[in-house]
Design a binder for this molecule. Structure first.
Ligand code: RUG
Length: 838
């Protein structure tokens, strides 16, 4: 193998066009990449060509670090974290990489001096929307922190050809448009064709005795698919570490098809090719809803098998034996989506590498950790036995074997407890039989964690209660975090600069340093600057809304923002009930004093989730009425901004005054948007749910607008028998609001349009909006009061940002490293002849 030092280009002692950081060199590199990579000259180049040339110029400057990082990780004794996730919601790469490399201002200057519009080029980048929401974005934040903390890591996932759909709003309704993120090419990835892996599907198994007369099973598949890795560099902030995100694309192996061609089955062969390649075609757009679709299980198995085979290859390349696999890799299961990995690693070890079952099981358990992200029953993955058997017959046998041994242990500990046995079993036998993926993940992992303190407690008590009783030592909490690089430095440069001027730059990689801002709370000039910064950013958002959506909003008004996936448990419709309440107040008394507010919504609904789509329609319909009613005199505005994605998040979090985190207590596992808002100085109105509880603890209860039932009260009320009609009849304000919707006031007289929503609230109200309504309105009234005292509001805003240190993904990753992965930083040193950072 050629080593890094042996490649001649890396030994050049002059400033190389692909590594150099002088202005002149970067300028030359841009022109060079435009000509030699894009094949264009300025006379014919499109803005996209320039963007591509710029992206390659930046990527070039990461390559040596990337190469060196990879090389160091192949050394014996380095433990690598392997983050297995069906989703990575990365967002645009360009700005993030420029910031992490420390060359943002320099490159911007060069681009502009070359007569190009930097912002235009930056905005051309298509973001890879390879995730639905919080779970995929968390994986992206964690990749950023792993690199920044110099932890050897690799992210494994799926290179969906079509990521999360683009959302358009037509006549107030969501319309889904295919996301074509790859249509103009992706300069950030490198295909590694030589590291392709084969994955088997279907067929049958066959028992046999090997040459040592040992009983063995072989799998005779009826389909083989190739997994081609596409690698994306993940830079760390202010360090040389560049980790890899390896995403797998499915392709049909040509050799497999020759036979079909030879016997003249041309169309059959082509069809099989298409079917194979379908595996990585499209991301399932359901967030928190499990649908038992075969293709989804195929996707999961495909990427997990590719990834585990890849890890085994890397481990063996180090000259290690498989007995020490778990010392080379700590594999984290991001939810149950990759949990088939437990059975796959057993299959690889036992069937393919002939390791005895007990030892293989030890290796497997020591390798995996499992993060649970939801308590919602509809999100818990389970697959029917028939589907499983058709697609993965060998894995089903392995799961049965794991289950039999596991239930044996349970029986020994709890004799005569058949109910417990039924609950713990990997197979749900209560009706149609299913494989329970959360149980498989829990049995096959040495560590299980929830993503916020409350969530972990509820997990231990309810969803995984029996597992907790059995193995309390496996459980821990790892409260989520988000990366301050993307969510403050990239998205809010004005605030980042203000903070840096006050306390220096260290906070970017040590977010707890933001605490130092508290020392300036009595400094009136600092408060003025803070307020002005927020004002400027709100101004930019107002201009954007005007230019792109034609709605005039007042930047002086309170920006009240709820951006997240549309889901009944997240209760965007509770927010709407508040808007209608304010509207009604104005209609009843047009001269009422009211704090002007702009309500901003964004978020996608799963295409098959009717109620969520109806809530989008309701928001837009209420907006149409409120925004156009002269009595309102622009004191209220309602805007639904379409196609909420990472880029849009970067625009909106910094501009928010108020962050809406209003899920029913006990339903939101953590939330991460809540953290991004508060870091940017927004105040939260929220329930005691998910990480809201910890945010409130950190920022202080006096700087947080709390409302609503607690989880315990929700359970209690449900068990007593919750009747939404009682609230409707006893609260005239609520009744008026509901009646107004029912009357067709927001639907041009159509009394049917919103009936499903209103009926769901009146007859079931599964997420208890009515129970929380009055408390929410009262808290919102306190918000109005507080916002009128701008000095006080600014103090609260500063304190919110200053006390958000805990919610950096760096803190979360450190906890995972120390308490689950047993992983330590490895410094990547660069040879002197390679340019240092700017
Ligand atoms: O809904 C949860 C969020 O509360 C959480 O913050 C996020 C990251 O942990 O994961 C979300 N989630 C859960 N997305 N999908 C699921 C279930 O598969």
């Amino acid at each position: 193998m050629t080593t890094f030092e042996q490649v001649p280009v890396f030994q050049c002692e002059f400033e190389d066009d692909r590594t150099g950081l002088s202005k002149e060199t970067i300028k030359r590199a841009l022109a060079d990449n435009l000509f030699y990579i894009q094949g264009k000259v300025p006379a014919t180049a499109t803005p996209n060509d320039y963007y591509m040339a710029l992206a390659y110029t930046v990527r070039d400057r990461m390559l040596q670090r990337w190469f060196k990082t990879t090389e160091v990780y192949t050394k014996k004794g380095v433990k690598v974290v392997s983050y297995l996730s069906a989703e990575f919601l990365l967002g645009p790469h360009l700005s993030n990489n420029l910031i992490n490399l420390g060359i943002y201002d320099l490159v911007r200057q060069v681009v502009e001096e070359s007569g190009l519009d930097f912002v235009q080029l930056r905005e051309i980048e298509e973001e890879p929307g390879l995730g639905n929401g919080g779970l995929g974005r968390l994986a992206a934040c964690y990749m950023d922190s792993l690199s920044t903390l110099e932890i050897p890591a690799i992210g494994y996932g799926i290179r969906y050809e079509f990521g999360i759909f683009d959302q358009e709003i037509r006549d107030g309704w969501q319309v889904e448009i295919t996301d074509k993120w790859l249509h103009l090419g992706n300069p950030w990835e490198i295909p590694r064709l030589e590291e392709t892996i084969e994955v088997k599907f279907g067929g049958r198994t066959e028992a046999y005795y090997d040459e040592k007369c040992r009983y063995r099973v072989r799998w005779i598949p009826d389909k083989v698919v190739k997994g081609v890795p596409y690698d994306t560099p993940i830079s760390g902030y202010n360090v040389n570490t560049v980790n890899t995100l390896r995403l797998w694309k499915a392709e049909a192996p040509e050799s497999f098809e020759f036979q079909a061609f030879n016997v003249g089955d041309y169309y059959g062969a082509v069809n099989r090719k298409v079917v194979s390649e379908n595996i990585t075609k499209v991301l399932y757009p359901n967030d928190e809803l499990m649908k038992g679709k075969e293709l989804r299980l195929e996707q999961q198995y495909f990427f997990v098998s590719c990834s585990l085979q890849d890890m085994i290859r890397l481990h063996l390349q180090k000259g290690e034996s498989l007995e020490t696999f778990h010392q080379s890799f700590a594999v984290q299961l991001n939810d149950t989506h990759p949990s088939i990995g437990v059975a796959e690693l057993m299959r690889l070890l036992v069937d393919e590498y002939e390791i005895e079952w007990d030892q293989a099981w030890q290796i497997t358990q020591n390798t995996f950790g499992y993060t649970n992200h939801t308590l919602l029953p509809e999100a818990l993955e389970k697959w029917t036995l028939s589907l499983f058997k058709n697609l993965l017959p060998r894995h089903l046998q392995i799961i049965y074997e794991i289950n039999q041994r596991f239930l044996g242990q349970v029986r020994a500990k709890y004799p005569n407890d058949s109910d417990r046995l039924a609950r713990l079993s990997l197979i749900d036998e209560s009706g149609e039989k299913y494989v329970r993926m959360a149980n498989l993940a829990s049995v096959g992992s040495h560590a299980i964690n929830g993503v916020a303190a409350l969530h972990t407690e509820l997990l231990k008590r309810d969803v995984l209660g029996d597992f907790h009783e059995l193995w309390p030592e496996k459980f821990s909490n790892k409260t989520n975090g988000v990366t301050p690089r993307r969510w403050i430095v990239v998205s809010n440069p004005l605030l980042a600069n203000l903070i840096t001027r006050k306390i220096g730059v260290d906070w970017i990689s040590h977010l707890e340093d933001l605490k130092q801002l508290e020392a300036f709370i009595e400094d009136a000039e600092f408060r003025r600057e803070w307020r002005q910064t927020k004002q400027d950013i709100k101004g930019y958002l107002a201009t954007y809304i005007k230019e792109n959506h034609g709605i005039e909003v007042n930047p002086e008004s309170l920006f009240d923002v709820q951006v997240k996936r549309l889901h009944e448990y997240k209760r965007q419709h509770l927010n709407v009930l508040h808007i209608i309440t304010l509207y009604k107040r104005i209609k009843d008394n047009p001269n009422i004093e009211i704090t002007p507010r702009t309500f901003i919504f964004g978020g996608k609904a799963a295409p098959g989730y009717f109620m969520a789509k109806l809530i989008i329609k309701l928001i837009n319909s209420v907006g149409d009425v409120v925004n156009n009613d002269p009595d309102v005199r622009d004191r209220l505005k309602v805007v639904f901004l379409p196609d909420y994605n990472v880029r849009f998040g970067q625009r909106v979090y910094p501009a928010a005054d108020l962050s809406e985190q209003i899920s029913t207590a006990g339903k939101e596992a953590s939330g991460t948007g809540n953290m991004k808002f508060a870091m940017n100085g927004a105040l939260t109105i929220g329930t005691l749910d998910g990480a809201n509880i910890e945010i409130r603890e950190e920022v202080g209860e006096e700087n947080f607008f709390l409302f609503g039932l607690t989880t315990e009260q929700v359970y209690e009320l449900k068990s007593k028998g919750y009747n939404p009609w009682d609230y409707y009849h006893n609260n005239p304000q609520l009744k008026q609001v509901i009646d107004l919707i029912s009357s067709g006031f927001f639907s041009h007289g159509d009394t049917n349009l919103f009936r499903p929503l209103v009926d769901s609230l009146l007859y079931h109200d599964p997420y208890m909006l009515f129970a929380d309504y009055q408390s929410y309105i009262d808290a919102q009234d306190q918000v109005n009061q507080a916002y009128r005292d701008q000095e006080h509001w600014t103090r609260m805003s500063i304190l919110n940002a200053a006390r958000m240190g805990k919610f950096s993904s760096d803190r979360a990753i450190l906890e995972y490293c120390q308490e689950i992965w047993n992983a330590v930083p490895v410094k990547i040193e660069l040879e002197e002849y390679i340019q240092g950072r700017a």
